[in-house]
Design a protein around this ligand. Structure first.
Ligand code: UDP
Ligand code: MG
Length: 323
């Protein structure tokens, strides 16, 4: 269908927009976020449903969310049985969302609610996926360097054309239906979003500052997410072993030739066990790295074979109301 065709269909009724927001120990930010979101949505001609997914919060977030739902019927809640992580919480929200389009966003005010209006206008133009391109993240230099390095490595090794984009995006119902079919664990949603195809575009969105400055994801989880992206969307690391192997075989062949030459024509013994030792250690290190790469794939195969669900819902609130 052409962009115009989609547009004609969409303007014929008020669009139903789902906004999926994962929440993990955010009690001080919920109301500020909700206010900012509803202010932004007032300018949009849509009927919203706002789905908060409580990802095993241990603070007062769930009670605040329940209070909010009682006052605002457009607020729907999913309570997961424990902390399943950002990507799984988003997945839970996507699977319950019923909108013509679904927005994924964090609730820490780093994702600017005003950008949703730009998402909507691109959607009306006929794009089925609109994602935010973040230029300036207001985080520490170390984190900024980590993000840059990750996006650079990711774009180099990935089998897909990956841009430096996060989870903040809008997906058309058709895309959501495809997304729901992905059974995979160790999810990296920005990668899956590239993989599904459809008509995609990015809009620039400045990242705000986190309202309390304390990331809930943490460095270890961030490294795991980076590994999920690289090892789930690239087979290049598996091939490193062959590349390294060929390179060092060639090198050692040259070395043997040189040693024989020295022996025959100079009669000198080759001096230096240190150089031999360092070469052995280098090769040993490379072998371990390559085994580690294989281990990363094995972990993912193992997780798939276990076939456990990505999340478990304790309670859903507000979904039975007829929209
Ligand atoms: N979050 C979650 N489960 C977690 C960690 C985070 O649902 O285990 C939520 C969190 O409440 C926030 C969003 O995911 O709405 C992004 O988290 P955060 O801002 O800490 O991540 P960062 O922006 O630092 O990557
Ligand atoms: Mg954040």
């Amino acid at each position: 269908m052409t962009g115009r065709g989609i547009m004609d269909k969409r303007t014929s009724k008020t669009d139903f927009l789902s906004i999926v927001v994962p929440v993990y120990n955010e009690q001080d930010g919920i109301m500020v976020f909700y206010q900012a979101l509803t202010d932004a949505l007032q300018e949009a001609a849509v009927k919203p449903e706002i789905i908060f997914v409580n990802d095993g919060s241990t603070d007062g977030s769930w009670n605040i969310l329940k209070g909010l739902h009682e006052r605002e019927p457009q607020v729907k809640l999913i309570d997961l049985s424990r902390n399943f992580g950002h990507q799984n919480a988003l997945t839970a929200g996507i699977e319950s969302a019923r909108g013509d389009a679904v927005v994924l966003m964090d609730m820490d005010l780093e994702d600017d609610p005003g950008t949703i209006l730009e998402f909507l206008s691109k959607w009306k133009e006929g794009y089925e996926i609109v994602y935010a391109i973040r230029d300036r993240r207001q985080v520490s230099m170390i984190l900024k360097t980590f993000y840059r390095l990750f996006h650079w490595v990711n774009s180099m090794v990935s089998d897909l054309q990956m841009e430096a984009a996060g989870t903040f995006c809008l997906m058309d119902r058709r895309v959501v239906e495809q997304f729901k079919k992905f059974p995979e664990r160790d999810r990296y949603i920005p990668g899956l979003r590239v993989w599904v195809g459809f008509k995609q575009t990015g809009v620039k969105s400045d990242r705000g500052k986190r309202y309390d400055g304390r990331s809930r994801v943490g460095v270890i989880r961030l490294i795991k997410l980076a590994a999920d992206s690289i090892f789930s969307f690239s087979t290049l690391p598996l091939r490193f072993a062959i590349l390294f192997g060929l390179f060092f075989s060639f090198l050692s062949f040259c070395l043997v030739a040189v040693i024989i030459w020295i022996k025959l024509f100079t009669g000198l013994a080759v001096p230096g066990w240190a150089s031999i030792l360092s070469a052995v250690m280098l090769i040993g290190g490379i072998q371990l790295i390559c085994m580690g790469f294989q281990g990363e794939y094995l972990i993912r195969v193992f997780n798939e074979v276990k076939n456990r669900p990505n999340y478990i819902v304790r309670e859903s609130v507000g979904f039975d109301v007829k929209d």
